[in-house]
Design a protein around this ligand. Structure first.
Ligand code: 5AD
Ligand code: SF4
Length: 465
């Protein structure tokens, strides 16, 4: 359903910059796209006089930017709302304003249902309409309970306020940039095509502008985001069709931009241009998150992934022939309806063949409204748990092997933040590992050459080379 919207005027400067500015606390659940969206919501609210705070206790507005991908993620939101209801009661007793908003994919999927289940919620705003959040809050202050979950006709990216240099700098030297949203793949387990809608690519000029602003504000590494990022396409300067590969070549030409990444990709959309970009662009980091979900052709078919395990493996072989040092990352689901022991063994075989540097694995979670929810032959919880444990043990072993293989190597490290010890800094390796180094004379944002000296549970140690 599409409604007509009148955007209310923004309050004048006196209100905006007033001494009694309000504070917003944003809790982000789920994926990196939500992290990006939370940043943009904070930008939109800043124009209405809301300052971000890390302390929920001092907030006048709490937003839960939610994830609907698995059942547990959605449940977490309702239990957080229970705690917020108590906080709101207490604030009311003190005569203080306190507003609660639910945004993101649970907002989109549940809409009105959230207002019914959680009477203390003031606004529910979906991911396609968060530019209307300030207006929704103003309406809610007038006593309305607002639900904004239609797919907007207007482009939300057009409404996003410019990010100023100081703000960008404060956010650090690495940044996310959404280039694509939504998905047309309809994997049978997944809610994304329903919560984020169909595939939309942002135009080249908008992306290049935003990237240049980020670089101008001190960002050295940009990760392009999309639910199906390698399906991104747009018109190049002469009107010709560009794919993600072309976009990466263009972005790599921005002076001062040292590193590029992109996530999440679908195996079906890894075209030659993108693989060539991995060969040609030193700016493009040798790391690729390429989910396979299952190693069984039968299950891949039931999941509507539209490729076989052999096709996935040969694709990785091709990518590795172009960029031998590339580290692979993936997502896996165990216990999809109908998955047998033999299917699961096929998944383990694919993992053995790929040797992942990083991976995320989940028990299948039934999502109402998806085709998977209609399937008979759901796998018992205990079987899922046992398979997940075996898979994770294997993936963890590979992750450690990959980390060990880095010891002794000299690598480029992008310094990101101060470490725990004085003089220590934490940086990011080309393969997305966190690396601790004593580097007294270097500054955050520098890229320095270091030698990896050892591994810890979740990070590496290094010395200046
Ligand atoms: N159950 C379990 N895992 C899921 N994912 C997506 N939908 C489900 C589901 N219904 C996982 C996939 C995807 C990642 C983001 O989350 O592995 O790649
Ligand atoms: Fe979901 Fe990714 Fe499949 Fe799209 S490609 S339906 S986002 S798992």
């Amino acid at each position: 359903m599409t409604q007509k919207h009148v955007l209310l005027p923004v309050p004048d400067a006196a209100v905006r910059d007033g001494a009694n500015s309000r504070k917003v606390f944003i809790k982000t659940y789920g994926c990196q796209m939500n992290v990006y969206d939370s940043g943009r919501m904070a930008d939109a609210l800043a124009r209405d006089g809301y300052q971000p705070t890390e302390d929920m206790q001092e907030a006048d507005l709490v937003l839960l930017n939610t994830c609907h991908i698995r059942e547990k993620a959605a449940e977490k939101v309702y239990s957080a709302l229970g705690r917020l209801r108590d906080m709101k009661k207490q604030r009311a007793a003190e005569g203080r304003e306190f507003m609660i908003g639910v945004t993101g994919c649970v907002a989109q999927a549940e809409g009105e249902e959230i207002l019914r289940r959680a009477p203390s919620v003031d606004v529910v705003v979906g991911p396609q309409t968060y530019h209307r959040l300030p207006e929704a809050l103003r309406r809610a202050k007038g006593g309305e309970r607002v639900v904004e979950t239609d797919y907007a006709i207007e482009d939300k990216f057009e409404y996003l306020p410019d990010t100023d240099k100081a703000k960008i700098r404060a956010r650090g030297v690495t940044a996310f940039l959404t280039v694509q949203e939504g998905c047309d793949k309809f994997c049978t387990f997944c809610v994304v095509p329903y919560t984020r809608g169909s595939e939309v690519s942002r135009p080249v000029s908008q992306i290049v502008d935003e990237a240049m602003k980020l670089v101008d504000g001190g960002v050295r590494e940009i990760t392009l985001l999309g639910q199906n990022v390698n399906a991104w396409h747009g018109a190049g300067p002469k009107g010709e069709e560009w794919s993600l590969g072309d976009l990466l070549y263009r972005l790599a030409a921005i002076p001062g931009l040292a590193r590029l990444r992109y996530t999440t990709s679908h195996p079906r959309d890894m075209d030659d241009r993108l693989i060539e970009a991995h060969r040609d662009l030193r700016t493009l980091m040798p790391y690729l998150h390429l989910p396979v979900q299952s190693g069984s052709d039968r299950i891949l078919k039931a999941m509507n992934r539209r490729h076989t395990a052999a096709e996935y493996l040969s694709l990785i072989e091709r990518i590795r022939s172009m960029r031998p040092d590339i580290a692979m990352s993936g997502d896996f689901i165990v216990g999809f309806p109908g998955e047998t022991d033999a299917d699961f063994e096929d998944t383990l075989r694919v993992v053995e063949a790929v040797r992942y540097a990083q991976a995320f694995s989940f028990k299948y979670s039934t999502r109402p409204g998806t085709p998977g929810a209609e399937l008979d032959d759901q796998v018992p919880e205990a079987v899922k748990a046992e398979r997940l444990e075996r898979l994770q043990a294997l993936l963890l072993k590979q992750q450690h092997e990959f980390a060990e293989s880095c010891v002794g190597k000299v690598i480029d490290l992008l310094l990101e933040k101060p470490g725990r010890m004085p003089g220590q800094l934490i940086g990011r390796s080309p393969w997305l590992q966190s690396v601790n180094v004593d580097a007294k004379t270097s500054r955050i944002g520098d890229i320095i050459s270091v030698r990896i000296t050892g591994t810890g549970p979740n990070s590496l140690f290094a010395e200046v080379a």
